[in-house]
Design a protein around this ligand. Structure first.
Ligand code: M3P
Ligand code: FE
Length: 309
């Protein structure tokens, strides 16, 4: 049952050189640069996103993800979910409005995999970028690079993925859309894909010995042609390619993965399945993991599975 959690609203990513990172996320991914804050963090968004920002880059000594934030439908829901999180036993920290420029109060909580998530109800609504709210044209003409249209999901690596999945499902109303089970390992779940919306997933978890690891942040493109065009841009700009263009078995999206200059993995993708509340959980066997991850190659790739920030 849904509990008023609407969508992934932001991710704060650690980068080692903020200027290089802004060039990558703005000019290669094609996100809109919405400015810097007093701490020097850079704010960006996909052009179709109605709120002020969705990606925050923070300069740090090592790459990775600081936190992922979800927008809830109202301040009342924010308060209710905060109480639920406290009752569930999470460590909850309330971060005052304005700590992120243009964002209201945030309720930050930890999770069994060591990732930090946040909920918030308010963020400045600046509207889609480059198109009007009345009689909007199809797209703005002056987008850069891959023309990513929204921040879509994160994939996170950590140890107790059952614990984090249970927290997201039981307290925040996420639905398990897909999973990978190791049939030889007593049906141990090795991956969980979770949706708070109708999408294939809004966050995904993969079992991994270390806590709090970041596998990728993903951005949505319009067409398979745009995924191929992203591959061209990756070559043109000598960006470190991970895998693709290809299709996932899991969620069936058409995808390509690459790295930002600090080594954080990015995905751009299109298509993919959808999740209604009555959909059964789709289950892949770990023996078929190659095909589940890369539907065409059907080969496991050590780099893809092993490199996380
Ligand atoms: C995706 C996606 C695994 C799968 C990744 C899938 C196991 O990133 O967007 O569907 O790493
Ligand atoms: Fe992904």
């Amino acid at each position: 049952m849904r509990k008023g959690v609407m969508r992934p609203g932001h991710v704060q990513i650690r980068v080692m050189d903020i200027e290089e990172a802004v060039i990558h996320y703005r000019d290669r991914l094609g996100l809109i640069d919405v400015g810097r804050d007093a701490q020097g963090r850079a704010y960006l968004k996909g052009w179709t996103e109605v709120d002020r920002f969705s990606v925050v880059l923070r300069e740090a000594d090592e790459p990775g993800m600081d936190f992922m934030g979800f927008k809830v439908v109202s301040s009342e829901v924010l308060e209710q979910r905060k109480q639920d999180l406290l009752r569930y036993g999470c460590q909850v920290e309330v971060i005052p409005a304005g700590e992120l420029d243009g964002c209201g109060e945030r309720v930050r909580f930890d999770s069994p995999t060591g990732h930090y998530f946040e909920l918030y109800a308010e963020k400045d609504q600046t509207g889609k970028w480059g198109v009007s709210e009345s009689n909007p044209e199809a797209w703005p003409e002056d987008l850069k690079g891959m023309r990513a249209n929204r921040f879509d999901h994160c994939l996170l690596y950590g140890d107790d993925i059952d614990g984090t999945a249970a927290l997201l499902q039981n307290v925040l109303g996420f639905q398990l859309s897909e999973q990978v089970l190791d049939r030889d390992g007593g049906d141990m779940r090795v991956a969980a894909f979770l949706a708070c919306s109708m999408k294939a997933h809004d966050v995904a978890l993969v079992r991994h010995p270390e806590k709090g690891k970041f596998h990728h942040a993903s951005f949505y493109l319009d067409t398979w042609g745009d995924v191929l065009r992203a591959a061209d841009l990756i070559s043109m700009h000598d960006i470190a390619l991970d895998i693709g263009p290809t299709r996932h078995g899991l969620t069936h999206g058409q995808t390509i993965y690459f790295f930002d200059p600090s080594g954080n993995r990015n995905e751009v993708f299109t298509g993919g399945d959808y999740t209604y509340p009555d959909h059964p959980v789709v289950t892949w066997d770990a023996q078929q993991l190659g095909k589940a991850i890369f539907y065409h190659d059907r080969q496991l790739n050590e780099n893809f599975l092993g490199v996380v920030t």
